[in-house]
Design a protein around this ligand. Structure first.
Ligand code: FES
Length: 160
């Protein structure tokens, strides 16, 4: 099942030139992380060695190698979002989740990530919460979203 998803992600890349990096990005997009099986599959598909794939994967700090938490919140801090108030949204996310930066909450339930552009600049500032794009996000909207989508959820850093 996992290998099937990984293979599908690798073989469904639309661009004509498929590389180790593009394949790793495709897997990360599909799975939210790079499982060890994916390194083997990418190696096989790109006729590389497992060591070569690991070298590329470990060079880029944006890849994660453990499965993300139950909920994933991505805050865009690209130029447009930055100008339109992403800083406040990000600060709110960190405060609510009790974090200083990207990572997983101490209760192991939420992963917070930053993104350089979520591809919806006209709706800046933008947040991706559990694969749903939220445009014109305000700190209040983010707070509501974090609470609404998790009944009874109390983030470790939340003051309510
Ligand atoms: S800069 Fe945020 S969506 Fe493009």
């Amino acid at each position: 099942m996992l290998r099937e998803r990984v293979r599908k992600a690798i073989t469904s890349q639309p661009q004509p030139v498929v590389t180790v990096l593009s394949s790793l990005l495709a897997v990360e997009d599909e799975m939210g992380y790079i499982p060890p099986e994916a390194v083997e599959e990418v190696a096989e598909h790109t006729q590389s060695t497992v060591n070569d794939v690991w070298a590329v994967a470990s060079f880029y700090t944006n890849f994660r190698f453990t499965s993300p938490m139950e909920r994933v919140v991505e805050v865009c801090w690209g130029p447009t979002c930055h100008l339109m108030g992403a800083q406040e949204v990000m600060r709110c996310a960190q405060e609510l989740l009790g974090m200083q930066g990207e990572g997983d909450t101490s209760d192991g339930k939420v992963t917070l990530k930053y993104n350089t552009c979520l591809g919806a600049c006209s709706q800046a500032p933008v947040v991706m919460a559990d694969h749903k794009l939220v445009g014109r996000c305000t700190p209040e909207r983010l707070a509501a979203l974090l609470r609404a989508e998790r009944t009874g959820y109390h983030a470790p850093g939340a003051h309510s």
